[in-house]
Write a protein that binds this ligand. Structure first.
Ligand code: 2NL
Length: 358
């Protein structure tokens, strides 16, 4: 082996053995730096005879090229390895909670409200809101509820102090006033849901003086009873997260709809657990009907030109059904143990794309 070949093997060996970029740079300086091996040999070319130079020159240049290429290749390998190592050791899981422990949870009522909004939102409904304190007209009169109707009685409705003109405001007993206000201010087609708090002077195992309701209203030129049934069936399937749901529409009476129907869903008890969708038992979950012409008129629209359907349900009640919560009163006791047990993650908001409950 010539002296030059030996030198080349030594340098290439040092290149391959370099463990990091600093070590590699030291090898480069030792070979190609001002005082490096190869540079020194290059300098000695000047002292050679033309014949010697003719042979040694190309040999040295070839050596220089090969060493340069080996240095570049090894630098690439070392850079890649260094990056891999950083990615491995500096990895951050950005999906982890900001704190080691997460504190607050989403109340089942809020969770169910968001689920209902996601489902109807997907069907093209908008969310409408309105005041908790209402006039007698928006809460009763516009809804075709006559002055002598039992719902208006002192023991069902929270009345505020009489005003100078003798009128009394009420805490809304349903979210229907929101729909009347929407009819007044919107040109059909109308597709809204009105979720929110409602108030009735009633308190026992299954009633709290404040409770939550969601009502829906669809008004256009052709909205039909068939559309009502299809809408509610789609809702029930999505809400209870089942492929099939048995439904029963029972004739009923509400002053604000004609005809009116109460809606039951099929269910069964399996091993002490309520199963929704199939079975020989029935659960009432909704009230519904075709909007009464008097109510359409009260909303400032012409019942000879437009028609529609409406429905209403108790959010607290459907939350109990879906999540197996036995006692309604616990909803509003602010018991932290209960909230942690029945609460939901504050980062997983319900959506149909990602799943209502993840
Ligand atoms: C129930 C029954 C219902 C409505 C609410 C409604 C609203 C307008 C016009 C007509 Cl503006 N109807 N709402 C209709 C039928 C039933 O609720 O059981 N709620 C818990």
């Amino acid at each position: 082996m010539t002296d030059l070949e030996e030198l080349e093997q030594e340098i290439l060996g040092a290149v391959a053995a370099a463990e990091d970029e600093r070590g590699l740079e030291a090898v480069r300086l030792g070979a190609l730096g001002k005082k490096g091996w190869i540079s020194e040999r290059m300098k000695s070319l000047g002292t050679m005879s033309p014949e010697e130079r003719k042979e040694a020159g190309p040999a040295l240049n070839g050596l220089k090229d090969r060493v340069t290429r080996a240095l570049e290749a090894q630098r690439g390998i070392l850079r890649e390895a260094a990056l891999e190592e950083r990615l491995r050791t500096e990895r951050v899981d950005v999906t982890l909670p900001a704190r080691p422990e997460s504190f607050g949870t989403i109340h089942p009522v809020t969770q169910v409200m968001e689920e209902v909004i996601a489902i109807f939102g997907d069907m093209g409904f908008s969310v409408a809101e309105g005041p908790h304190i209402e006039t007698d007209w928006y809460n009763f009169g516009a809804l075709n509820i006559p002055p002598e109707h039992p719902a208006r009685q002192e023991h069902d409705t929270f009345y505020l102090r009489e005003k100078e003109d003798g009128s009394r405001m009420v805490l809304r007993t349903h979210t229907s006033p929101v729909q009347i206000r929407t009819m007044e201010g919107t040109k059909p087609p109308i597709r809204i849901i009105a979720p929110g708090r409602t108030f009735r002077s009633d308190s026992d195992q299954t009633h709290t003086p404040m409770f939550h309701q969601v009502e829906g209203l669809v008004i256009d030129e052709t909205a039909s009873l068939a559309n009502l049934k299809g809408t509610l069936e789609a809702f029930c399937k999505a809400f209870f997260e089942v492929d099939e749901v048995k439904m029963r529409f029972r004739p009923s009476y509400f002053p604000f709809t004609e005809p009116s129907m109460e809606v039951d869903i099929g269910c069964s008890w399996e091993g002490g657990e309520l199963k929704i969708g199939v079975g020989d038992s029935w659960l009432e979950i909704l009230g519904s009907g075709m909007v009464h012409p008097n109510v359409i008129r009260a909303g400032g629209l012409d019942p000879d030109k437009v028609q529609g359907f409406a429905f209403g349900m108790g959010i607290d009640r459907i939350a109990m059904l879906k999540y197996g919560i036995p006692d309604l009163r616990a909803f509003f006791e602010a018991d932290l143990r209960w909230l942690r047990h029945y609460g939901f993650s504050s980062v997983a908001m319900p959506s149909l794309a990602e799943g209502l409950t993840t």
